[in-house]
Design a protein around this ligand. Structure first.
Ligand SMILES: [Zn+2]
Length: 184
């Protein structure tokens, strides 16, 4: 799934802070957004979908940081809780998309995300056929819109930027490998 979808997951997760501690909703969303982006930084360092993707191990700091937040509610513990849960869900969600190949609609890759616990790649499930597919955009919109209408700044601005980037990405997705090479 594309980055705006992962960002949207972080935003939607953060809405659970409204009934619990609304003063921490914005920092929760910032943590969720950062955690949604973070795993894909392995596009630039190491092996994509492996080096910073941990479908299982991210749940350990998630549980620890939520425990810390319950014990001592603060901006830091809330940020870390949402950062790690968003990164964990991101890593798991990639399994349900396509592989990281340049033209994932060809369905040639058998490597959706690396499961460090099992020391092997998980094969793509194609629930979302490829990153930037129309259904990926639909999911993005559903997950990002709460950020635009429910939160105070800077979340609506960040959410809007993510949505616009997502729409543009989907519009040119199939031209990307031809225009920009096979790196992405
Ligand atoms: Zn990813």
């Amino acid at each position: 799934m594309m980055s705006p979808t992962h960002i949207g997951v972080g935003i939607t997760l953060a809405t659970i802070m409204f009934p619990i501690a609304p003063e921490f909703a914005v920092i929760a969303a910032i943590g969720g957004i950062a955690g949604g982006i973070f795993p894909d930084l392995d596009l630039f360092v190491g092996v994509h979908r492996k080096t910073l993707h941990f479908p299982v191990y991210y749940w350990i700091p998630t549980v620890l940081s939520i425990g810390a937040a319950v014990y001592s509610l603060s901006s830091l513990t809330v940020f870390l809780s949402f950062f790690f849960v968003s990164a964990a869900i991101h890593s798991g969600m990639d399994w349900f998309g396509a592989g990281p190949e340049p033209r994932p609609w060809n369905k040639e890759s058998q490597e959706a995300v690396y499961a460090h616990t099992h020391r092997r790649w998980l094969a793509p499930k194609y629930w979302i056929r490829y990153d930037g597919a129309p259904e990926d955009l639909f999911l993005s919109i559903v997950l990002i819109v709460p950020g635009i209408i429910l939160f105070t700044e800077p979340i609506p601005v960040l959410a809007t930027v993510a949505l616009v980037v997502g729409i543009l990405y989907v519009a040119i997705r199939k031209e990307i490998p031809d225009r920009f090479g096979d790196r992405i």
